[in-house]
Each structure stands twice: as structure tokens, then as C-alpha cells.
Design a protein around this ligand. Structure first.
Ligand code: GLC
Length: 801
């Protein structure tokens, strides 16, 4: 060990007083007497970037996390100087930089209230071992402040009092509080005094976050190298913080094909072909809807990526086609480890072209994964990504595979203590050469990015579908994700619930868990309860390690099979609702799942809730997370909600008991909502239907709902071939009015809406559609009243007595 007493004694170092200031359009440059430079860039009125250098010189400004498509521009910017501070004012924020210490404080520009301030602020420690600094930031934590986000952390929703690390790690059978696991998403939102702000620490080195754990009144974050470079994102609504973060790091480049929002079945592994067919046939026989079947590593020849085991899959193209004819899309796994084998063309080509990662002194980065010893492509090099994308031609264009599953991309290495590359491995980092210390956390994202570009190209004119295990901020632009190797326990069901919520508020809504648990085997009851949760996650896939027996929906007996069918059918009925939520997500960054704090931050009772969430905008869900339950207590957010199963109306803002036998789960619809439903299909596109249902939940007052639609695949929607319907419901004592406004050129196959009215407080005496009275016998007056009408109505008016 190197001991350098002089350096060690230096300890934490701090900026001294500002001696220079310059304004350059949207960026203010400050420098201090001891050579520290601070750049403050106004990205938007509510987004300010802070970048510090301890040498006075900044690194090349390059980020994998921030997208070039991020919105920029502000409506107002003013800088003033007084004796003690520089004051930067936008229409949303006032940022004060203290002249003696470089400390920063941020205020709401409307009411001048403090939002967040540096405690000791920026400081650093020199890092003799690697050069550069360990860069640190400490901020004051207010008494009532709460913290959320940070990607896949397997902990309760509120992060206060905890400390975390971001270092993507293969974490087989992780547990509650295991940290770090697969992803590195250095973004959190804090709420204090009904004001929410976010911090995105865009640094790919190992980063740490302490939310008032070490010291009760301090929140801090630091990195093992690189720059102190963070974005301060102001709300004051948490939803706006998340939207702005998602805008900064990118929304998904395209909507997923609708089939990708269906139900997926996976196992390690389905093989040979007969086994795959047996599974898919059973789905159809038992009438459990399913859209995708996965092939795990055993489809390959000796785990060589882009090859097939011809004994088990003699004619993949034929098989994939037959599966497709039966409504199943085939998704295959592709890992980063390329088997060292001079007879293997992928290996040979990468070797010849010098595409593999190397150690500091030149040897290849050699590590064991499934195929045995492997080399690993350096996906941080544009040329390597381009080559990798090209490798998908045969799989996608010729064989007809529809989705690719990227795994082990932390990157995972077996039989070594740190489970990954050593730190000295070199990376191109898009022309900013560096060691693995800097590239580790984005390795998986760059692999998924290269995969995505391959699929995009070869699936064209259809949309690509990619899923990744590891991710850094911004990966959501290219891919969906799952939470890795969880366990079939009740505790893991709760973890999966929290992770999916957390990912959604970390800008990554297209996420889900291995339903039923990857390791070990669930009891039927656990499996059923997990399905009930999983159908409300944007990515919905059963997966298991397969070494403990089967985990298909039918292996737990008839009762469980029926429950699974019921909930998977519900997912398929709600597909237009999910698709609309997805459209909102890619359009303006609205998270598909909303933890209660995100849904109603003003109600402080929501700040520590972890189980309940709002799916889309209007469906409240709370999974049962215990065995033998007949229901549970849950918090109903403020407002009025209809019990989905009974139509009973409840007033929120309180905790209550909700019945939920094994074939049910707590689920509520916001009053006034219009919920679109498709008929049940066994797979997306199975049927052409002439009508869809709109469930209208009466409200005295107003509520607005949306329905987005398009061709469910392809890119025509980007050219205006979509339809966006807004339904405005106005309920009065003896009247209900539904006004429809439509935008976009797409015309769906269905021509009618079956309007189903829930809980009308009056008996209908007359109905007008676009001012024309229609005959009352057209109304179905069974328990719920319904009427089928042309989908292009403008105003539907019910009168009653
Ligand atoms: C990893 C993945 C898992 C996969 C297995 C075999 O453990 O997380 O999903 O089934 O590798 O490929």
C-alpha cells in the first residue's frame, strides 16, 4: 500500500473565495482564489446545472446520460451581485452563490422560500491512487424532508435515513436492502414543505448518496472520480421533477409495439423446440392470453451469441414463424461475453477488428461467463456499437425474432470476488478514453443501445423491443428492463412493488419483476398474488431459474390457473388504458406508475406509503403481500374512488380495510374516470373488433380522461396517424355529459363505443347524442346501464329523474 503522509493529511479540501466571474449567455463562470471553477448553466427556468473543477479546467463535456433532445431555454434570466452573493434569477428559481465559500442556495422565485441549500457544499479529497479527486457535495436536510428515486434499490419507497451506492452489480438472489444491485441511476427527488426538487448527479463513477443517515441534518452525495456535475431540477410538483428529469435523460425513442405490453412467459430455459411449443400450446388451450415466449441461453450453440443449438432447434426460422402464426413473438437472450473460440466468426471478427476490451497494459479483458472464458466488446466505442447492431441482421430480418433480452451486462464476470471487470480495464467512452472505474456503470446501457439500434434497423418498419438488466440514467430511451434475479418469497413481492414504483419515478417506467420469483419456487398463492401485481407493471413477464420445477400459470392447480387467467385477461382488457399511459410517458415523461407521494405530495400521509400506487392516472392499486389474506388495510388517497369489483364509492384521505380474497385484489377507479377496455384477446391483434368499452364512473363535478390509439406497431403515428381522444365528464344531480374531442388522423377498426355507466345517481329518462334524442330502448338497463354509440360522437348527454 502506498502511504503518502502529506497527501493523506490534506483531507477534505474546500473552495476559497470567488475572485472572478463571467457570464456567457446561459452559463456563469466563477473561479476561486484556490483555483476551483464553478459553471452554473441555466438549462430551463426550473433546471440548473452545476459543474465544479478543482483544477480550473473542465473535462470534455460529454454525457451518456443527458440526451441531445433535452429541452433547453428559459423565459427569464437575470444576474445581480450584492456584497455577499451572486444572484441568478429565472422565472422559477433564484440561485445564490456565496462569494466567500462558493456555497449555493436555491429559492422558489415566486414565494422566495428556501428550497435547498449547501451545508458545506462542494468539497473534495485528492485521490492519490488513481489521480483526480473524490468529489463531494453536502446539503442541508430539512426536518420534514423525504427522498425518493435512485432506480432499482430494493427498499421502501422513502429513502430517508439510508445510504446507497451506485455500482451496477450482478446480484443473484439479492434481498431487501441489498445495495448496490444491477442499476446505477444517480437521481433522486426530495420533498419538503410541499416543494419537490430533484438532483441528477451525472457522474458514471461509483457514486454514493447519504439521505440524512450519517448526520440527521445533512444529505450528501459523492463520486470516486470525475466531476461534481449535477442538475438541480425544481418542481414544485414531484411529477414535474420526474418529467423534467425524464426530458433531460430522454423519453423512449418510440412507443413499444403493443404486443410488448402483453403478457410474456419466460424460463431458464425452454428447450428443445417441442418444449417451447408445449408451453405455447398450453397457453392457447387454457385460454390464458400471452404475446411473447423467451429463449434463454440454452438456445445457443455452447452459449455463443448469435448461434443456434441445431439439435434442439433444427430450424429456428420455421419455429419462429409457427409461433408467430399462433400469436407468439419470440424474444431471445444475448449476453456481452463472447466465447474465446477462433472457429467462431463473431469472436474472430471482433478480435481481428480490435473490438474487445483490454486491460491497462494491453492484454484482453478475459473473464468467465456462461460460455466459459470470454472477451467482451467495448460498447463505449461507436464503431463497436455499429458492428454489434449489424450482428442482429440474421436473427431479426431473416429468422424473425421480435425482441432481444440483454443480460449479464453490469458486466457480470463469474468466479471473481468483485463479480465484474477489474478497474484497470480500458474503454473508449466515445473518444474520451478511461478506465473501467468510469465506464462500468454505463457498460450495460451502451450494450442495450447498440442492440436497440440493430433491432430498430432490422425490424423496420416494425418497432424494436429490447430488455436489459443493467442500466444507467438514460437507458430508458432504448430499452425496457427487469429487476434481475429475485426470489420466490412474499418479501420479494413487496420488493418488486417498490422497485417498479421507484423505477417509474426514476424516469424508467417500462419495468417489471420476474413474476413469481426467479430463484426458488413459489406456492400457488404467492404466484397468484404476484400476477395480480405484475399485470399492473408496464413490463409483465413470468420468469424463473427453472432448476426448481415449472412456473407456468397452470402448474399450481386449477384455482390458481383461473385466477391468473382472470388477471391476465384484465391486463388485456386494459391495454388501451396502458397504451395511453405509455403514450403520456413518451410524450411528456409522465411516469406510468405513481407512488402515492407522487400522486398527492401535499397530503403528507402519503410520504411514507410504499405499497399503494396509481396505475396511469386513474386506477389505484394495492397488492396483497401476505399469505392467507382476505383483504388488507390500505391508504386511499384524497378524492372519491370506486371499488373496481363492487362499484362502492369510498372517500379517500384515510386508511381503510379492503376485502380481497385470493381471486381479487384492492383496486379502485377515480370518480369521473372514463376507462377504455378492449375485448379479451389471446394475443394482441388476434381479433378485429367492432366496438370497445368505455367504463364511465359517475362524478358530481368534472374529470377528464384520455384515450390514445394508433396502428400498435410501425412509425406512422409519428407522422400524425394516431388518434387522441379526450373525454370530459361533467356530472350533475340529474345529468351526465360526456364531451369528446379528437385529434390525429388515425382511424381504428372499431366503429363503436359501448358506454357503461357506473353508479349513476338517477334513472335515465332521455339521452341525446350530439343534440339528437335517441330511443330509450337502446339502453341496456341491467345492473349497470350501458349504451352502444358511434365512436365519433361529440357530446353524449344523459338526463334523469
Ligand atoms: C441471469 C439472468 C436470468 C437468466 C440467467 C440465465 O441470472 O438474470 O434472468 O435466466 O442469467 O441466462
Amino acid at each position: 500500500m502506498i502511504v503518502n503522509t502529506e497527501l493523506e493529511q490534506k483531507g477534505n479540501l474546500f473552495p476559497s473565495k470567488i475572485i472572478n466571474y463571467k457570464k456567457d449567455v446561459d452559463t456563469l463562470h466563477f473561479s476561486t482564489k484556490n483555483g476551483v471553477a464553478l459553471q452554473v448553466t441555466v438549462v430551463r427556468d426550473s433546471v440548473i446545472r452545476f459543474r465544479y473543477s478543482t483544477t480550473g479546467k473542465f473535462e470534455n463535456d460529454f454525457s451518456y446520460g443527458v440526451t441531445i433532445h433535452a429541452s433547453r431555454g428559459y423565459s427569464f434570466l437575470d444576474v445581480t451581485e450584492d456584497e455577499t452573493h451572486y444572484n441568478i434569477t429565472t422565472s422559477k428559481l433564484i440561485c445564490k452563490v456565496e462569494k466567500q465559500s462558493l456555497q449555493v442556495s436555491l429559492f422558489d422565485a415566486i414565494d422566495n422560500k428556501l428550497i435547498n441549500e449547501d451545508e458545506i457544499g462542494f468539497h473534495w479529497e485528492e485521490c492519490y491512487q488513481h489521480g483526480g479527486d473524490i468529489v463531494k457535495m453536502s446539503k442541508t436536510c430539512q426536518k420534514s424532508e423525504s427522498f425518493y428515486g435512485l432506480g432499482d434499490k430494493p427498499v421502501d419507497v422513502n429513502l430517508k435515513g439510508k445510504r446507497f451506492e451506485n455500482w451496477a452489480t450482478d446480484s443473484y438472489a439479492f434481498g431487501k436492502n441489498t445495495d448496490p444491485i444491477y442499476k446505477a441511476i444517480p437521481f433522486y427527488t426530495a420533498i419538503q414543505d410541499n416543494k419537490a426538487y430533484g438532483i441528477f448527479f451525472d457522474n458514471t463513477f461509483k457514486t454514493s448518496f447519504d439521505f440524512a443517515q450519517e448526520r440527521r441534518n445533512v444529505t450528501s452525495f459523492w463520486a470516486q472520480g470525475g466531476e461534481m456535475n449535477y442538475y438541480f431540477i425544481y418542481g414544485p410538483q414531484m411529477e414535474d421533477v420526474v418529467k423534467n428529469y425524464t426530458d433531460l435523460t430522454g423519453k423512449p425513442h418510440a412507443l413499444p409495439p403493443l404486443w410488448a405490453l402483453g403478457f410474456h412467459q419466460c424460463k431458464w430455459s425452454y428447450y428443445p423446440e417441442a418444449n417451447v411449443k408445449e408451453v405455447t400450446n398450453t397457453f392457447r388451450d387454457l385460454k390464458i392470453p400471452c404475446d411473447a415466449i423467451y429463449l434463454d441461453i440454452d438456445y445457443m450453440d455452447g452459449f455463443r451469441c448469435f448461434t443456434w443449438d441445431k439439435n434442439h432447434f433444427p430450424d429456428p426460422k420455421r419455429m419462429v414463424k409457427e409461433l408467430e402464426d399462433d400469436g407468439f413473438k419470440t424474444v431471445v437472450i444475448i449476453d456481452p461475453g463472447i466465447k474465446i473460440d477462433l472457429e467462431y466468426d463473431v469472436f474472430k471478427e471482433a478480435l481481428d477488428k480490435d473490438y474487445f476490451c483490454k486491460r491497462a497494459d494491453g492484454p484482453y479483458m478475459k473473464g468467465k461467463v456462461w460460455p466459459g472464458e470470454c472477451y467482451f466488446p467495448d460498447y463505449t466505442k461507436p464503431e463497436v456499437r455499429e458492428w454489434w447492431s449489424g450482428l442482429f441482421k440474421e436473427l431479426i430480418e431473416d429468422i424473425g425474432v421480435k425482441g432481444v433480452w440483454n443480460d449479464m451486462n453490469e458486466p457480470a464476470v463469474m468466479d471473481v470476488p468483485n463479480k465484474s471487470f477489474p478497474n484497470d480495464v480500458r474503454h473508449d467512452y466515445d473518444g474520451n478514453p478511461c478506465s473501467h472505474r468510469k465506464a462500468h456503470n454505463i457498460y450495460g446501457t451502451q450494450m442495450a443501445r447498440a442492440t436497440y439500434h440493430g433491432l430498430k434497423k432490422y425490424a423496420y418498419p416494425k418497432r424494436p423491443f429490447v430488455i436489459t438488466r443493467s442500466a444507467y440514467s438514460g437507458a430508458q430511451r432504448y430499452t425496457s428492463t427487469w429487476m434481475g434475479d429475485n426470489v420466490a418469497t412474499w418479501e420479494h413481492l413487496a420488493i418488486a412493488n417498490n422497485q417498479a414504483q421507484r423505477m417509474a419515478m426514476s424516469g424508467f417506467s417500462f419495468a417489471g419483476s420476474d413474476i413469481g420469483g426467479f430463484a426458488e419456487q413459489p406456492q400457488g398463492e404467492l404466484f397468484a398474488r404476484w400476477i395480480q401485481l405484475g399485470v399492473f407493471h408496464a413490463f409483465c413477464r413470468v420468469h424463473s431459474s427453472g432448476d426448481h420445477g415449472a412456473q407456468e400459470p397452470w402448474v399450481f392447480g386449477e384455482e390458481i390457473t383461473d385466477i391468473v387467467r382472470k388477471f391476465v385477461e384484465l391486463r388485456y382488457q386494459l391495454l388501451p388504458y396502458l397504451y395511453t399511459s405509455f403514450w403520456k410517458y413518451i410524450n411528456d415523461g409522465t411516469p406510468i406508475l405513481k407512488s402515492l407521494v407522487l400522486y398527492d405530495q401535499e397530503d403528507i400521509a402519503t410520504h411514507y406509503r410504499s405499497d399503494e400506487f396509481v396505475y396511469g392516472e386513474q386506477i389505484l392499486v394495492c397488492p396483497i403481500q401476505e399469505p392467507n389474506a382476505k383483504g388488507r388495510r390500505m391508504y386511499i388517497p384524497r378524492g372519491k374512488w370506486y371499488n373496481f369489483w363492487t362499484d362502492d364509492l369510498v372517500e379517500g384521505g384515510k386508511e381503510m380495510w379492503v376485502d380481497a380474497d385470493l381471486d381479487s385484489m384492492p383496486m379502485f377507479i377515480k370518480e369521473g374516470a372514463v376507462i377504455p377496455k378492449y375485448p379479451v384477446q389471446q394475443y394482441v391483434g388476434e381479433k378485429k373488433f367492432d366496438e370497445i368499452t368505455l367504463d364511465v364512473y359517475y362524478k358530481k363535478g368534472k374529470e377528464s380522461s384520455k384515450l390514445y390509439d394508433d396502428a400498435h406497431d410501425g412509425y406512422d403515428y409519428k407522422k400524425g396517424r394516431f388518434s387522441l381522444r379526450t373525454f370530459k365528464v361533467t356530472g350533475k344531480k340529474k345529468e351526465l355529459i360526456i364531451q369528446q374531442h379528437k385529434r390525429g388522423e388515425f382511424n381504428a377498426d372499431y366503429t363503436k363505443f359501448n358506454m357503461v355507466f357506473h353508479n349513476l345517481p338517477f334513472a335515465i329518462t332521455s339521452i341525446q347524442i350530439d343534440n339528437v334524442e335517441i330511443k330509450l330502448e337502446n339502453i341496456n338497463t341491467a345492473k349497470t346501464q350501458s349504451i352502444t354509440i358511434d365512436k365519433e360522437f361529440t357530446e353524449l348527454h344523459l338526463f334523469g329523474k
